[in-house]
Design a binder for this molecule. Sequence first.
Ligand code: HEC
Length: 274
Amino acid sequence: MRHRHALALAATVGMVALLAACGQPAPTATAPPAPTLSPAELGEQLFAVKGCAACHGLDAAGTGIAPALPGHSAEQVRRQVRSPLGSMPAFGPGQISDRELDLLVAYVEGLEAGEGHSEPMAIPLGDAIAMHHWMALTALASERVDEAAHHVAHASELIEDAEHQRAMQGVLGSLEAGRLHDAAHEIEGMLAGTAEPALSEGELHLQLALGAALVDDGPEASHHLDHFMSEADEHEREGAREALEHIDAGDEGAAASAIVELIEATEHQQHRHD
Ligand code: HEC
């Protein structure tokens, strides 16, 4: 449904944007950049030409389809373009070269500086639901039934679609009856067509902890931090403990900042490049 809106808007922005939004290469080559433009300015042009603006708005300020981008990190832009979370189409190197991706990153990073603040965004609802599906599957793979049920229940709370809701009840039924294999397949079916998040389980827990902290859900944030800690090294555990202390003190905002720092630290450490 989101995608249909996306295409409708793209059509108003122009044919080039429409094609890019469909995941096809733009028909005409981009004019060679004038040497006087900065990387961020070149990136701004690419942002329009490659169709990003069709969904994110001409100044990346966000639309009903896609979030505002100021405050997003270089890592997030790179990951999202090549292996997107949620309903955004992927752009391969044939559509956006590594050099062009560098320019897009420069543009988005410039937005952050220009805005002067970078409040972390809550995880888009669609992503949170998908993440809970993935985490339920991960839990099932190691037969942690309670943990799987926990994520199925959370996904159910967020899901509005009645049919999806019923399917989730079916999964819970399978879990209760001990049919773990069936439950896993049912969840996989729901995820068909969704890009697998390029995040480790620990990173997913941090993202979910952040989402919870941002909506002042301390218990849920603590739950995910506890999970994160069980797999973390000593340094990461220290950061997680700091976030937990903020939650205990009732300051979810400070906890969210601590979690953002943790996420950045784990990103630097892992340094994923594809
Ligand atoms: C068809 C619409 C569409 C197009 C085209 C599109 N995006 Fe997105 N983008 C989205 C949606 C929707 C999301 C939110 C993901 C979700 O939750 O579904 C998103 C999210 C993002 C994010 C945030 C990722 C995060 O970690 O939070 C970044 C960065 C981004 N897009 C960059 C780009 C860039 C750069 C382009 C152009 C190369 C682009 N997008 C083109 C729809 C689009």
